[in-house]
Design a protein around this ligand. Structure first.
Ligand SMILES: [Zn+2]
Length: 81
């Protein structure tokens, strides 16, 4: 019997992340950019429940690296660049 084993040692996963704030109460959020910017869908603020489009209130957009151990668990997070 052959068991496939995935080797994660040294693997890095990436997440394009958008930072924005609610225009009504200024609560800040970090969200995946594919959701916050690419889809351009309105979201509801978890604090004041107003609805807005995050792409209009971006303060930053960064790439985040997740450095994984040999079991695929995150051991370190870094900002790219
Ligand atoms: Zn709000």
């Amino acid at each position: 019997m052959f068991l496939a084993k995935i080797i994660y040692m040294g693997a890095i996963a990436y997440l394009d992340t958008s930072i924005f704030n609610c225009p009504q109460c200024n609560t800040v959020y970090a969200e995946a950019s594919w959701y916050a910017v690419v889809l351009a869908a309105d979201i509801e603020c978890g604090n004041c429940h107003s609805t807005f489009n995050p792409s209009e209130y971006l303060t930053d957009r960064i790439m985040v690296e997740f450095h994984l151990d040999d079991m695929g668990k995150v051991k370190e997070i870094k900002k790219v660049g």
